[in-house]
Ligand binder design. Structure first.
Ligand code: NAD
Length: 317
């Protein structure tokens, strides 16, 4: 009886929510993609979308310098693919022509799907989503590549009136793994307001990009980082407390679990600042001491030893 009442309530609620919601783009209707942020992740996402899903991509970055750097890097990757005969010169030219650089969000007025990949700063993402909700067509899916910020909070930034879900229901996370052209996995995360149509469209579009989607709840760290970061953090604690040397730790995990690199080398590749930021989110959002960031990790970030990107981490580069 209770479940019948609950089911009726859900039907009534979803009918009421539909009063405000609009029909989002289904995968087949995604004819033009927008990507915001042409850094490490945004560029990879734009490149793979152009290459695999064959869609024109408007690549927006507030910095012309980042755009130039990103496009030069794309050129390099395409040239490498041609030289290794993975693609023809003609295919490389087609992909290049599909990438349309821009410096203003206003150029996203005709896209069907947008993926945001700006730095992991909550206020920056909230501001961008409130603007995307106004600029992008009403059917467009608004996706974020955040590593750790709540999708529900990002979705809430698209509306002044929480009862109006017409914008927040089309917000979702497509959390690509780094480097995007190589890693097959992508996490798809719904916020509380995300509609099923939006979730399905995000899964379908990522599959069109050749990715394998895993659906996760909107919970601190989602799935990938909830599992990966405590593993890396524990490896750093083992090093800090003398349980094993750097090389012993990386060797046993590499040779014992058949992964391409050990946890300390992987931390260097991800960036120790990023690892620390995610551990802090896990720790503060759950209040669980098992997620406390290691002292050595904090110290290394304070020293500016961020891993590969700064030339020094657990290894020298
Ligand atoms: P990045 O610093 O390499 O790139 C961010 C880009 O955003 C820069 O080019 C910057 O100029 C641009 N930008 C800054 N403010 C902007 C604005 N207002 N409008 C438009 N562009 C703006 O960062 P990244 O490593 O590509 O990370 C981007 C997002 O992806 C973050 O949310 C991060 O947590 C997430 N992520 C990163 C990784 C990783 O391993 N690096 C993996 C998965 C997810």
């Amino acid at each position: 009886m209770v479940s019948i009442i609950a089911a009726r309530h859900v039907v009534r609620l979803s009918r009421r929510m539909r009063l405000f919601s609009t029909t989002v783009a289904r995968d087949a209707e995604v004819k033009r993609l927008g990507v915001v942020g042409a850094g490490q992740m945004g560029l990879g996402i734009a490149l793979v979308a152009a290459q695999k899903a064959n869609v024109p991509v408007t690549l927006v970055d507030s910095s012309q310098k980042s755009l130039d750097k990103g496009l030069a890097f794309a050129e390099k990757l395409l040239a490498k693919d041609v030289s290794k005969q993975r693609i023809t010169q003609e295919q490389a030219d087609t992909v290049r022509d599909l990438l349309k650089p821009a410096t203003s969000l206003d150029s996203l007025g005709e896209i069907d799907f947008v993926i945001e990949a700006v730095p992991e700063i909550p206020e920056l993402k909230f501001d961008i989503f409130s603007k995307l909700a106004q600029i992008c067509p009403k059917h467009a899916i608004l996706a974020t590549n955040t590593s750790s910020i709540s999708i529900t909070r990002i979705a809430a930034a698209t509306t002044q009136d929480p009862r109006d879900t017409s914008n927040s229901s089309r917000v979702v996370s497509t959390h690509f793994m780094n480097p995007v052209p190589i890693q097959k996995g992508v996490e798809i995360i719904s916020g509380l307001q995300t509609s099923k149509e939006t979730l399905d469209a995000a899964v379908a579009f990522c599959e069109r990009m050749g990715k394998i989607a895993s659906v996760s709840a909107d919970s601190p760290g989602f799935l990938a980082n909830r599992i990966l970061m405590p593993y890396i953090n524990e490896a750093i604690i083992c090093l800090d407390t003398g349980v094993g040397s750097r090389d012993s730790i990386d060797a046993i995990m590499k040779n014992g679990t058949n992964v391409p690199m050990g946890p300390l080398q992987l931390a260097d590749f991800i960036g120790l600042d990023t690892c620390l930021a995610i551990m802090k989110v896990l720790h503060t959002e759950t209040g669980d001491s098992k997620y406390r960031p290691s002292v050595l990790l904090r110290n290394m970030v304070d020293a500016g030893w961020l891993g590969k990107k700064s030339g020094k981490g657990f290894y020298d580069y």
